[in-house]
Design a protein around this ligand. Sequence first.
Ligand code: SF4
Ligand code: SF4
Length: 438
Amino acid sequence: MAGETIDDRPSQEALSKCVHCGFCLQECPTYLQLGLETDSPRGRIHMIEALTDDKISATPTLTQHLDLCLQCRACETACPSGVEFGSIMESARAMIVQSGEAPWSWKIRTRLLAALLPYPKRIAALFIGLRLYQRTGMQWLVRASRVLRLLPGGLAEAESMLPELPARRFEMPSGDGDAYDRTVALLTGCVMPHLYPRTHEATVRVLERNGIGVVAPPEQRCCGALSLHAGDRLTARDLARLNVDVFLASGVEAVIVNSAGCGATMKEYGELLAADPAYAEKAVRFSSMVRDVTEFLAELPIQPPERGVEQRVTYQDSCHLVHGQRVRSAPRTLLRSIPGLELVELEGADRCCGSAGIYSFAQREMSLRLLDEKMRDVASALDLRTGRWPDTGNAPVIATANPGCMMQLEAGLRRHRLPGRVVHVVELLDEAYGAAGG
Ligand code: SF4
Ligand code: SF4
């Protein structure tokens, strides 16, 4: 809302919950990599407290320590005092952005996100351009010429993250909504219809197979998670208000989300809009309707899949599902319900893969360190280096629950020249129900 004035600094009450015990340190990926207190949850809370009390200012060094935080919220799961670190970090970044003291890189990215995410036509135009880039041979030329290595900002590595884009975007099938006793709405999201239409298609098929009708209100917008994590709470609030209105008006029993980062944010719209008298109550009501697709399906319970999926699968917890939404068992329950599927637990499955929204672009070096470590664990869980797995047929599978993790893990397979494929949990279920391609 233009001209909105809400004090977004973290509250003393939230900060004072930290008793500095350090139980969170061994769960923090950046602390484990760097061994520095300033890159740990406890150290970051110290710095945010001092910043909030105006004892220090947002120097480039300080903002770098805050920016290195993945906002994975593993520290929240580990914390015995109930410190809500995700909310504290979002507020701290918003405070810095609103003060005008943010570094130029933060200013650029918040402006870019604000100019893109609320506008589906701009996002569609961007993906048309990227598809052309890939299909006209320009991508091959750019990579072969190594021209991106001459430009600053790790552009070459960022470009290498781009998966091969599907030829078409997701379009909601025009089914018979009246054929179902129960109806849910699907969050289609900002980039997911362009990057992973197959995941949305599988989600709709699996829900319908279980007697749940699905609608996708066309007026819905991006959930606002990327803006929120970057410190732009104004854009995030505008998007949240719009989605609250659209989904409440749709009259469905639940809002289904297959992107863990979006689901975590939408479950917290109540907090985001708490200071807005026109939306505070509606936002809480809306948030109570939000369900991750794995959570919703595991609660049904689902129809047993009759066709097996003879594959070896490992599961990477998406941080915003396991730490943000505390959904740990539902995806595993669904995977174990598939006949023939061998689920191999991944060492450190709930440790971040380094994706974290735009982190893989903004903090490229740390993102790659975490990805490389993750791929070592994946290779060992799935026996990828033994040559047991040809790159065809029943190649091993990494299942996860978030498009950012899917992109990052796919890039990891390419980077380490490993066989296998990355899918959303719901896609394996879809295959077990007999969908084409399974
Ligand atoms: S955030 Fe929690 S676990 Fe970490 S130091 Fe503070 S109280 Fe301890
Ligand atoms: S959110 Fe993740 S990266 Fe950030 S301090 Fe907590 S555990 Fe560390």
